[in-house]
Design a protein around this ligand. Structure first.
Ligand code: APR
Length: 309
């Protein structure tokens, strides 16, 4: 099993670190555009092999995509991160060009690969990759909802003082501060509906904190976060590589599901060896569907910017 991570920066390197620790593949290639950067990260990581007990062959390359040949799955983290005060949408002009160049190079050497898109604005970048490459829809997956759901669980844990691992909580919709939809109606604490455990005010606070989760970190760190994004991308990857059939909200191409079409946006999907294999229909109520429609409208507006670039 061969995995490539494009972008050796904060998110890419964290993802690579998680991948080798979990031995998700036997061969990992890291690519970056910055001279020597990916080679350095690869060597540093390879030197953890005997310390952490993993057997993965790791290489890094400055833009030589022939080294990525026959990758089974590729994670695209290349791009600029946001700075304090920026939204994910501010990155579109720069990242659209980067993501397209990267996807074209990857497909030259791995035409059958599965692409996991992490670069922001993620829903629009996923749509851009799908449309510009012509890959089958099941092979293009945007990672955002898995991260937003993990942040949702962290905020619930703070409010409840519980184990995050007893929570089932899903965020659907766009991966943006105003577009994500934490689904409180379907959230449970070890089978207890969360709406029975928390007050409306408490839930509203959890939702508000979740929606600005990324922005709050960007303010603290001076750039966007990497541990949870790297971990979330790894979980998505692992379910595909090991054919685990786990369900994560991911940005995938809709053709009528959830009342939307010609858009990539977050919905729960089963992830297995063929990429995203099936969309789970959560049967939204009218209020949730209205929020989803608004979220889709915002993502669509962002997608329209692609035509002006
Ligand atoms: N090809 C390969 N690598 C590239 C290219 C390119 N065309 N353009 C930029 N890069 C590399 C940069 O050299 C850098 O090492 O992408 C890396 C990005 O790393 P960081 O700047 O640390 O950004 P990071 O925090 O990892 O975020 C990357 O993921 O979560 C999203 O919003 C985030 O879009 C951003 C992306």
């Amino acid at each position: 099993m061969k995995v490539t991570v494009v972008g050796a920066g904060a998110v890419g390197a964290t993802c690579a670190d998680n991948i080798v620790r979990k031995e998700i593949c036997d061969e990992l290639v890291i690519v970056d555009i910055l001279e020597g950067y990916a080679e350095g990260k690869a060597l540093d990581l390879q030197q953890c092999s005997s310390l952490l007990g993993f057997d993965v062959h790791i290489t890094g390359t400055t833009g030589d995509y022939s080294r990525t040949e026959n990758s089974d799955i590729v994670v695209i983290t290349a791009g600029i991160p946001r700075k304090p005060g920026m939204t994910r949408e501010d990155l579109i002009g720069t990242n659209a060009g980067i993501v397209k160049t990267v996807a074209d190079q990857i497909l030259k050497y791995s035409p059958d690969t599965i692409l996991v898109v992490v670069a922001n604005p993620m829903d629009t970048m996923t749509y851009h990759v799908l449309k510009s490459t012509g890959l089958p829809k099941h092979k293009v997956i945007g990672m955002g909802g898995a991260l937003d759901s993990a942040r949702f669980k962290t905020n619930l844990q703070k409010m409840l003082n519980c184990s995050q691992n007893d929570l089932q909580a899903t965020v659907i919709g766009g991966h943006g501060d105003t577009t994500m939809i934490p689904l409180t109606r379907l959230t449970t604490l070890n089978n207890l509906p969360i709406t029975d455990v928390l007050t409306r005010d408490q839930l509203d606070k959890v939702i508000a904190d979740t929606m600005v989760g990324g922005a709050a970190l960007t303010k603290l760190l001076g750039t966007s976060a990497w541990y949870a994004p790297g971990a979330a991308a790894t979980m998505v990857l692992e379910s595909i590589v090991r054919n685990k059939k786990k369900i994560f909200p991911c940005s995938v191409y809709l053709e009528g599901e959830y009342g939307q079409e010609d858009i990539c946006i977050g919905v729960p999907v089963i992830l297995g060896k063929d990429g995203w294999e099936e969309i789970i229909d959560l049967k939204l109520n009218a209020e949730e569907q209205e929020k989803f429609n608004q979220s889709a409208a915002a993502v669509r507006k962002m997608n329209a910017v692609l035509d002006t670039l």
